[in-house]
Unconditional design. Structure first.
Length: 198
């Protein structure tokens, strides 16, 4: 099939494989992060624009629950402290920062806005799969044993694992990375010189 068009066949195979692989829902829409682990205040500081000054993300949802297999393209700009949605792509998108967490892994930290449902800071694990291609997975407390969860998560919060330290976040992120859970999204980074989405 598609013997005359090996690139098309390859892209179809990659697309199907990625769809079977990836929800952090978007650290947020990225960046409507999945919210399994959150904090009242940001736990990661001194962010840098490690993805560039301007950023376009083609976010492709994975999993049975996804309703838009084509995903959407979101535009962000670095404001000196974090990535902010550009005016044409605001809405439920959250501002976010990205922090190194390993050779191929990063932690995305999503900030609440007046449009987001919750007013907490949310987190996701982002893993580089290839140049310009990342997969995003939720950081979840279920990757820890019960005793460790009890130590790290605020017992007064029942709908999420509310944490209060960068050390707790790192422990949860390591557990999520080891679990290699099916990701929620594939993120394709576009060049900053490409035109922004309409």
């Amino acid at each position: 099939m598609n013997g005359d068009h090996p690139m098309i066949a390859y892209n179809l195979i990659v697309s199907r494989a990625l769809k079977r692989i990836l929800n952090a829902a978007a650290i947020l829409s990225m960046l409507v992060l999945g919210g399994c682990v959150d904090s009242a205040e940001p736990l990661l500081n001194n962010a840098e624009p490690i993805l560039g000054q301007k950023l376009r993300v083609h976010m492709i949802p994975l999993g049975k629950e996804q309703t838009d297999p084509g995903g959407e393209i979101l535009a962000y700009a670095w404001n000196g402290e974090r990535y902010e949605p550009v005016s044409r792509s605001k809405g439920t998108q959250q501002p976010f920062t990205v922090h190194y967490f390993g050779t191929q892994d990063y932690i995305a930290q999503g900030f609440p806005t007046s449009d987001t449902v919750v007013d907490t800071v949310t987190y996701a694990l982002v893993r580089k799969a290839a140049e310009g291609v990342y997969v995003m997975s939720p950081i979840e407390e279920k990757d820890l044993n019960e005793e460790t969860r009890a130590k790290l998560c605020d017992p007064g919060i029942i709908y999420t694992c509310r944490i209060s330290s960068a050390e707790a976040l790192a422990q949860l992120a390591r557990a999520a990375a080891s679990a290699q859970r099916e990701p929620l999204h594939v993120l394709l980074l576009r060049g900053e010189d490409e035109p922004a989405p309409n």
